[in-house]
Structures are given as structure tokens and as C-alpha cells.
Design a protein around this ligand. Structure first.
Ligand code: MTE
Ligand code: MO
Length: 361
């Protein structure tokens, strides 16, 4: 049989923000369940994707440890594993909405996705190596390398993608060295053969194509946590530039979309998802009048740590006019999604309420 006669399917595909390296956005308007299919899960890559042969792959654990460790792919997969659902959100998600415009990839709503990950808890590997009492951080490095000229100053020559975690976060049992995503082997663009998954932290912490783990006795100040993915934090008088970490509470509207025309006098289902870092989304409020009045939306999925909650709201507009929709999430630690952008966050951690202007006709 000639397979060339096969008809194309109805697969909508990702939104290409950059072709090379892969920077692909999940079409958030297609949200219709808790888990994002692997083919639609957003991709954020800084350098050319490395080809890693699992048979030659070795992960090393070095630094402030009792014994240096080296482990291969088959051996890692024989260790006790866990399966954890977790959402990843790029800390640049929604950057296109910032005023004035910021440099960096111009993500709309879809640099966020949710999957189920299977792998070995990082803490188990750390325990095998024996972390010294003097240790403070764990630096995870990927096999991908490259240079940047921008932002100024450029990289010190070729560097690897690397990020650190404080030891306390690294020891949470949900932090995985994952080799499966939604039950399949990790796809190449998501870090095959093994990646870190750090639930509750912005995506930059979940290092793909993981190659080495270094336990350090002082804080790491690498490129991806100082010149990128760092925000101002104010404790008292002196603003401090700190690495981006925990995901902030946020709701996004999947439908209707910006500038959609909604019929008057008919019921319109407004729906989306909401998420937070260490906690659970406990409510989502909806405004259809630009924030003057708010009503609670219905939460339509269970509270699961590190996973988004789906929500919906029935709206029957009557007035034929422009309307501004807003969704605002609150978590069980009492953290409310901010209405305004905080400029201290520079070009990252974009978690304020995002208005969606629609027209009722
Ligand atoms: N090795 C490596 N890991 C990486 C990156 C990268 O460029 N190289 N990008 C990071 C960023 S910024 C994000 S948001 C997530 C995205 O993961 P995904 O592409 O599987 O969605 O991977 C992180 N891990
Ligand atoms: Mo990211």
C-alpha cells in the first residue's frame, strides 16, 4: 500500500516563536483537559538541541559530596522511580503583553503546559553521593552549549545551560530526574534522555539534556540566573537581584480569545486554567467589566499540587459593546494574583491579571 496517499490529520500544531533553536508555544486556546499532549507541550530552548545517545550518556554527581558518582541511562532507569504530574511555565510567558515592549521571546499565553513525569527523585541520587554538611546548592547542567552577544554583556565564550537549586528545594521528593513524559520516553526537544523537573518553580529550573550535577558550598551566579532569569527583590532599603524561582499565582483565559466577537443574549462559556507554585489554587474570580465587579468562577478540576486547575464561568452578555474580561486567581496560602505589573520583575515572572478585550454584538 502506498502510504503517501495518507490524508493529513486535524493536528493544529504549535505556534512557532523561533524555528532554530526550537521555541514553540502551546496554543492555549486549545486547552481542553488537564494534560498537554507531548506534541503540543511548549518548547523553550536557548541553544541548538544536542543529540544525546543514551548508551553513551553518563550523569555525574561531583563537588561537595562524599563520593563522586557516575550513572548510565539503564542504571538510572533501574532505580526506584516516581510519577508526578507537574506544570511548567516559562518565566517569560505572556511577555508580549508588557509595556513598554521587552526584548526576549514574545510569548502570549502558551509558554505553559502540564504533563505527568516519571523519573528518579534527585534526592535519591544525592543520597547515594552523600552530600557534605557544608553544601548549599546543587547546580544542574545540560549537554547543550552556545554563546550569546545579547543581552550585554555576552557569555564568557561557549557555556552550557545551567541553573542552581537551593539544597532544600533539591531535596523535595517531587523533584525528578525524568525520563518519561506522559508515559512516553522523553521527546528530544524536551530533554532526551533525562531532564530535571522542578515542580513549583518556573521552567528555567527544569534543566533538559541533563549531564552533570555539582553540589556547591557557595551560591552559583551563572548566566541563566543573573544576566537572565533574575528579578529585583526588595527587603528593606537595598533592592537585591535574585534568581527567578517559585511560580507565582496566575489565571489565564483560554476562551474567548482577544478581540473575539461574542453574540449578545446567548450564554458564553468563559474558561481557562489557573496555577500557583507551592500551594493550590483555591479560587478564581471573573470580571466582565474591566475589573469593576468580580464573581467567582467554577473550579472544574481537582486540587492537585503543582498542577493547574481548570475553571469556567457562564456569561450571558446583553449590552452590544466592547467588554474587558479578567480572571484573577488566589491560592490556599492567601496569595492573590496582582492586578498590575510589578516592574521589579524586569522581563520575567509575568503574573499580573491579563485583560481580554472582546466585542459583544
Ligand atoms: N538544557 C536546557 N535546559 C533547559 C532550557 C535550555 O535551553 N537548555 N530551557 C529552560 C527553560 S527557560 C524552560 S521554560 C524549560 C522549558 O522546558 P520545555 O522545553 O520542555 O517546555 O526548560 C528549561 N531547561
Ligand atoms: Mo523559560
Amino acid at each position: 500500500m502506498n502510504t503517501n496517499t495518507k490524508q493529513p490529520g486535524t493536528f493544529a500544531g504549535s505556534i512557532v516563536r523561533q524555528k532554530d533553536p526550537d521555541n514553540l508555544e502551546y496554543p492555549f486556546t486549545s486547552l481542553d483537559g488537564l494534560f498537554t499532549p507531548n506534541e503540543l507541550f511548549y518548547v523553550r530552548s536557548h541553544f541548538e538541541r544536542p543529540e544525546v545517545d543514551p548508551q553513551n550518556w553518563r550523569l555525574t554527581v561531583t563537588g561537595a559530596v562524599e563520593r563522586v558518582l557516575e550513572i548510565g541511562y539503564d542504571e538510572l532507569r533501574r532505580m526506584p522511580c516516581r510519577t508526578e504530574p507537574a506544570l511548567l511555565e516559562c518565566s517569560g510567558n505572556s511577555r508580549v503583553f508588557l509595556e513598554p515592549p521587552q526584548s526576549g521571546i514574545r510569548w502570549e499565553l502558551g509558554a505553559v503546559s502540564n504533563a505527568e513525569w516519571t523519573g528518579v527523585p534527585l534526592v535519591d541520587l544525592l543520597a547515594r553521593a552523600g552530600v557534605k554538611e557544608t553544601a548549599v546548592e546543587v547546580v544542574l547542567s545540560g549537554a547543550d552549549q552556545g554563546t550569546f552577544e545579547e543581552p550585554d554583556p555576552p557569555t564568557p565564550g561557549r557555556i552550557s545551560y545551567a541553573r542552581s537549586l537551593p539544597l532544600a528545594k533539591a531535596r523535595q521528593p517531587q523533584v525528578l530526574l525524568a525520563y518519561k513524559m506522559n508515559g512516553q520516553n522523553l521527546p528530544p526537544e524536551h530533554g532526551f534522555p533525562v531532564r530535571a523537573v522542578v515542580p513549583g518553580w518556573y521552567g528555567m529550573a527544569s534543566v533538559k539534556w541533563l549531564r552533570s550535577i555539582e553540589v556547591t558550598e557557595r551560591a552559583y551566579h551563572g548566566y541563566f540566573q543573573t544576566l537572565m532569569y533574575a528579578i529585583w527583590e526588595r527587603r528593606g532599603e537595598l533592592p537585591d537581584l535574585v534568581p527567578v524561582g517559585e511560580i507565582q499565582v496566575k489565571a489565564e483565559i483560554a476562551r474567548p480569545v482577544l478581540h473575539e466577537v461574542v453574540p449578545a443574549g446567548a450564554s458564553c462559556r468563559i474558561f481557562g486554567a489557573a496555577w500557583t507554585g507551592e500551594g493550590i489554587v483555591s479560587r478564581v474570580d471573573l470580571s466582565t467589566d474591566g475589573g469593576s465587579t468580580w464573581s467567582p468562577a467554577r473550579l472544574t478540576s481537582e486540587p492537585i499540587p503543582y498542577v493547574w486547575r481548570l475553571w469556567e464561568y457562564d456569561w450571558t452578555p446583553t449590552e452590544r459593546a466592547p467588554h474587558t474580561l479578567m480572571a484573577r486567581a488566589t491560592d490556599d496560602r492567601g496569595r492573590e494574583q496582582p492586578l498590575e505589573r510589578n516592574k521589579d520583575r524586569r522581563d520575567a515572572v509575568i503574573s499580573h491579571v491579563l485583560p481580554v478585550e472582546v466585542f459583544v454584538s
